[in-house]
Design a protein around this ligand. Structure first.
Ligand code: COA
Length: 175
């Protein structure tokens, strides 16, 4: 079963392991080769002084197969704008062994539910590189609409990539 919970200091060792995974860093815009000390500084700042426009939750697996409630990734609502009632969804599964198992789908659904019902958002968006087929399938599976493509918008792994813009309105969410 997939649950969301706030991140805590003891999550640092898992996040440190993900920061050493080059593909994960590139997909998520993390700097490569971040030292453990720098990462710890960043993490402590995030826990003690989270930005007002960010909701970040750890993705945890629970149940008989995962008695330790393993942290496998995190999901964000970023650029939270309560006046305009919108935010931007981001999902990252850090544990490679748990990718492709519908964990991202389940976590995305839980965060959409939180955004639309608890926070009262009316619109949630997501941006993804054109080459990220997993994330595009995930967003389309969650019911997002492709609203536009910014052509050759961002340099990713040395080449200019299209950025796909997705959106979902509250009434389109099927919880
Ligand atoms: C992208 C990511 C979040 C997806 O999460 P996940 O748990 O692995 O994805 P899921 O198992 O829930 O699968 C989501 C969809 O992708 C599809 N999919 C999986 N692998 C795929 C592939 N190689 N090509 C195309 N589609 C694929 C699944 O069939 C599923 O589609 P469905 O919902 O229509 O059934 C995760 O793989 C990840 O964190 N990757 C690295 C970081 C990253 O890319 N983050 C996104 C930045 S915007």
């Amino acid at each position: 079963m997939v649950l969301l919970r706030p991140l805590v200091m003891s999550d640092l060792s898992r996040i440190l392991a993900w920061s050493q995974d080059e593909a994960f860093c590139l997909a998520n815009g993390w700097p490569l080769g971040l030292s453990p000390e720098k990462l710890q500084d960043w993490f402590v700042r995030l826990l003690n002084n989270p930005p007002a426009d960010l909701v970040r939750r750890g993705i945890v697996l629970t149940g008989e197969e995962d008695p330790e409630e393993q942290l496998v990734g995190f999901v964000d609502l970023r650029d939270l704008n309560l006046l305009e009632k919108r935010a931007r969804l981001r999902i990252a599964i850090g544990e490679e062994a748990h990718r492709g198992q519908r964990v991202g789908h389940a976590a995305g659904k839980l965060m959409l539910e939180y955004g639309f019902t608890e926070l009262g958002l009316e619109r949630i968006t997501a941006e993804v590189h054109g080459s990220n087929l997993e994330m595009r399938s995930l967003l389309e599976g969650l019911g997002f609409t492709l609203e536009g493509i910014l052509r050759q918008h961002e340099t990713h792994q040395g080449i200019k990539e299209d950025v796909y813009l997705y959106g979902m309105l509250r009434q389109e969410f099927s919880g």
